[in-house]
Design a protein around this ligand. Structure first.
Ligand SMILES: N[C@@H](CCC(=O)N[C@@H](CS)C(=O)NCC(=O)O)C(=O)O
Length: 196
């Protein structure tokens, strides 16, 4: 089997999800730094792998796969990061779909505009801040009585959600207490540095 290659931008939480899963499961990989800001996702070679022009993308056995959560599901197949119980597995998917539709589109987007495009708050969509606060409140309510998003073990739901939550302060958000504690716990469990 050929080596796994990850095309990723180190500033991107979506790309870090893939790296975190590989590191956790001891999957060897080659990382090819691909900068969004430098337009490296717009070259003909890159668009041939992912016509959507987005990282992360993995190449495995001559095939390309995009979408961070789809990549995590492929890499973690059969591992302890995916619950064996069908209902818990579906709950994990529930959070992963929510992450992409409601969380990443707000928390990651505001962080990108504020920290990387260096826009003043007056030039950033004013709806992002209240929407992000609502998203964090949903997470806080869920975590008030739980250590992990699903069941009692770390799963892809935690990895998918921690990827951008740990950088939420760079988007001007303050983490509610249960979320802040869960971020710390999850970073420690994954042996990644504390982002805040
Ligand atoms: N839903 C996709 C989102 C990927 C995405 O938005 N990637 C960003 C970096 S975080 C990107 O490549 N942006 C470049 C662009 O959209 O032009 C995923 O989860 O992989």
């Amino acid at each position: 089997m050929s080596e796994l290659t990850i095309y990723g931008d180190s500033i991107s939480g979506n790309c870090l999800k893939v790296k975190i899963v590989c590191d956790r499961l001891h999957i060897p990989y080659r990382w090819i730094e691909t900068s969004v800001l430098k337009g490296e996702t717009r070259t003909a070679e890159f668009l041939a792998m992912n016509p959507a022009g987005q990282v992360p993308v993995i190449m495995k056995d001559g095939r390309a796969l995009a979408q961070s959560n789809a990549i995590m599901l492929y890499l973690a197949d059969g591992s302890e990061l995916i619950p064996a119980d069908a209902f818990e597995r579906a709950q994990m998917m529930q959070w992963l779909f929510w992450e992409q539709y409601s969380h990443e589109t707000v928390i990651a987007v505001r962080r990108f505009h504020k920290t990387y495009l260096k826009k003043p708050d007056s030039e950033i969509d004013p709806g992002l801040l209240p929407r992000g606060e609502k998203v964090l409140a949903v997470m806080d309510g869920h975590l008030a009585t739980r250590t992990h998003f699903v069941g009692t073990h770390l799963s892809l739901a935690d990895i998918g959600l921690v990827a951008y939550t740990r950088f939420a302060h760079e988007g001007g958000f303050t983490l509610p207490s249960h979320v802040a504690q869960w971020v710390r716990r999850t970073e420690d469990a994954l042996k990644i540095s504390h982002a805040a």
